[in-house]
Design a protein around this ligand. Structure first.
Ligand SMILES: NC(=O)c1ccc[n+]([C@@H]2O[C@H](COP(=O)([O-])OP(=O)(O)OC[C@H]3O[C@@H](n4cnc5c(N)ncnc54)[C@H](O)[C@@H]3O)[C@@H](O)[C@H]2O)c1
Ligand SMILES: Cc1cc2c(cc1C)N(C[C@H](O)[C@H](O)[C@H](O)COP(=O)(O)O)c1[nH]c(=O)[nH]c(=O)c1N2
Length: 185
């Protein structure tokens, strides 16, 4: 089938289908000459472990875009099951200062804000970026890590938040049946 006759998918249908994917939820934060900013993200994934690299997709219309781009560093704070509230605050329409006032923060190597109580924090420098449609795909080399936590992770699926046991090596999560998340997908 040639490119001209290939069918296209309507954005709403794509989003409806994508709402069936379960993803971890993260706060992507940045600070530096471009200012402090952050947004809730689910489009995060591991790329390579040599060197350790992950990717983040950011909408160029996001209010955090200029700061993240200008600073060229960011931290991916992977949220725990109790942090759905802060995910909502960073999910848009909240002034940036109010977002950061809602939690306690530290920092690692780059100075990007590190969320206290996050399951994990990946402190990164942006090493490459690729514009695709409405988003930039940011390729980020991980230069520092927080001590991973344990307990439950925050997951987004079916347009709502769920929690899922995530055991840390030190303390495996107690065996228990899932909370029905897999059945809800
Ligand atoms: N990757 C993203 O940019 C992304 C991901 C999740 C949610 N969101 C935004 O969060 C808000 C709440 O979303 P929702 O899950 O309640 O319902 P929704 O119907 O807007 O989105 C359903 C799913 O479609 C995908 N999606 C939505 N907007 C997208 C975009 N602009 N680019 C790429 N993928 C997109 C996501 O996987 C999302 O979970 C919406 O404004 C949505 O645009 C954006
Ligand atoms: C669960 C969930 C997951 C995501 C988002 C939202 C929510 C609720 N948003 C949207 C993002 O957080 C925010 O809404 C937009 O950037 C608009 O925010 P501003 O009002 O411009 O700061 C989002 N945006 C983005 O650019 N990449 C992403 O991966 C995601 N993922």
């Amino acid at each position: 089938m040639s490119e001209t006759t290939m069918p296209t998918v309507e954005a709403g249908a794509f989003r409806e289908a994508m709402s069936h994917l379960a993803s971890s939820v993260h706060l992507v934060t940045s600070d530096g000459p471009g200012g402090r900013a952050g947004f809730t993200a689910s489009s995060v994934c591991s790329v390579s472990d040599a060197p350790p690299t992950l990717l983040v997709c950011i909408n160029r219309t996001s209010s955090a875009y200029a700061a993240v781009s200008g600073n060229a560093v960011l931290c991916v704070n992977t949220l725990s099951g109790e942090q759905a509230g802060i995910a909502g605050a960073f999910g848009g329409r909240t002034p940036m200062d109010e977002r950061f006032a809602a939690a306690a923060w530290g920092e690692l190597a780059t100075g990007a804000p590190v969320l206290e109580g996050a399951l994990a924090a990946f402190d990164c420098r942006i090493v490459a970026r690729h514009a695709v449609g409405s988003h930039d795909v940011l390729f980020c080399e991980v230069v520092d890590l927080s001590e991973p936590g344990g307990g439950e992770g925050l997951v987004y699926a079916g347009r709502r938040y769920h929690t899922l046991p995530v055991s840390s090596p030190a303390s495996p999560a107690p065996a228990r049946k899932t909370d029905g998340l897999l059945g809800a997908l």
